[in-house]
Design a protein around this ligand. Structure first.
Ligand code: PEP
Ligand code: MN
Length: 337
């Protein structure tokens, strides 16, 4: 539930309500708006609590959160959350570009890519060291060596990086190296993994599951938030539909919808969303137009030889062109790149 303090509530009254809530065993999330203060109450509802709160001085109303997702809902926290990774901020004015290959293959490949995408204007590097492949015979990633490559390249070039973690037992290992973690579509409902990530202090991208509803996706975010990690960025990456002409169906309607339902920043991944490099730039433009906070783009020095996801990867020139093509959309929306 949330406690809405009235516009004239004094500091002391707001403090008193918070003290009482803590005394009753609740956690608190304070949102101090210009007009009024809203106190998000974390914990299991007990009978009589709403009535007791309603009669306290300075309280305007007590509202139960009707959605099944609580901590991730905009009712609970009206202001958009910003998630910071080094000098990169998700959920602000800037549209954040994350770019890099599907998988870390060699140090040279990563170094070349990091330099090229940074030069082109990307703010963050990506690359998978642990790859959740559909086939057990496909390249599975360089694992720890991949993390070491990512770390040394990112420090050399001066760009932070995000990489996927697939196993709850490896959360600590990946977090030791990475600036930001990623939970992939296949693991969106790996609740043990989500809980482990919730226990650490590291920003995370939570991709939408292959066939997850928006509600299931926000419930997955709830698992991470509920453990105390509030640094969650969502990522729409396409869902499975009857259409096979594209790899997935990129659900851009989810972007403005999630923005209404949740305070968490949201990215779009048109690479996995379409599976076709010719569609990446048009869908990037559309994603920005519907209000996403950033893009995740697969870029490879030589997509024809990529060990995974070559058909949807852009080469460096195509990525530079993408940057030029999205700029007018960013500008017309009064945002920055
Ligand atoms: C990825 O980002 O490399 C990836 C595997 O994506 P998804 O989990 O969306 O399939
Ligand atoms: Mn990929």
């Amino acid at each position: 539930m949330i406690v809405v303090m009235n516009g004239k509530a004094s500091e002391a009254q707001i403090r008193h309500v918070q003290e009482k809530l803590r005394e009753w065993g609740f956690g608190i999330h304070l949102s101090q708006g210009v007009e009024r203060t809203i106190i998000g109450v974390i914990g299991q509802k007990k009978s009589g609590i709403m009535e007791s709160l309603e009669v306290m001085d300075g309280v305007e109303k007590v509202v139960p959160i009707l959605q099944p997702f609580k901590l991730s809902s905009r009712e609970f926290k009206p202001a958009t959350t910003t998630v910071t990774v080094g000098n990169v901020k998700f959920g602000g004015e800037k549209v954040v570009l994350i770019a890099g290959p599907c998988a870390v293959e060699t140090e040279d490949q990563m170094l070349e890519t990091a330099k090229a995408v940074k030069q082109a204007g990307a703010s963050m590097l990506r690359g998978g060291a642990f790859k959740p492949r559909t086939s057990p015979y496909a390249f599975q990633g360089l694992e720890k060596e991949g993390l070491q490559i990512l770390k040394s390249v990112s420090r050399e070039v001066g760009i932070s990086f995000v990489t996927e973690v697939v196993n709850p037992m490896e959360v600590e290992l990946v977090a030791e190296y990475a600036d930001m973690l990623q939970v992939g579509a296949r693991n969106m409902q790996n609740f043990t993994l989500l809980r482990e990530i919730g226990k650490i202090n590291k920003p995370v991208i939570l991709k939408r599951g292959l066939a997850a509803t928006v509600e299931e996706w926000l419930m997955a975010a709830e698992y991470i938030l509920n453990e105390g990690n509030y640094q969650v960025v969502l990522c729409e990456r396409g869902i499975r539909t009857y259409e096979t002409a594209t790899r997935n169906t990129l659900d851009l309607s989810a972007v403005p919808l999630v923005k209404r339902l949740s305070h968490l920043p949201i990215l779009v991944d048109p690479s996995h969303g379409t599976g076709k490099r010719q569609l990446v730039t048009p869908l990037s433009r559309a994603a920005i137009a519907v209000g996403c906070d950033g893009l995740l783009i697969e870029v490879h020095p030589n997509p024809e030889n990529a060990l995974s996801d070559g058909p949807q990867s852009l080469n460096f020139e195509e990525f530079r062109n993408l940057m030029a093509d999205i700029r007018p959309i960013v500008q017309v929306l009064g945002r920055d790149l």
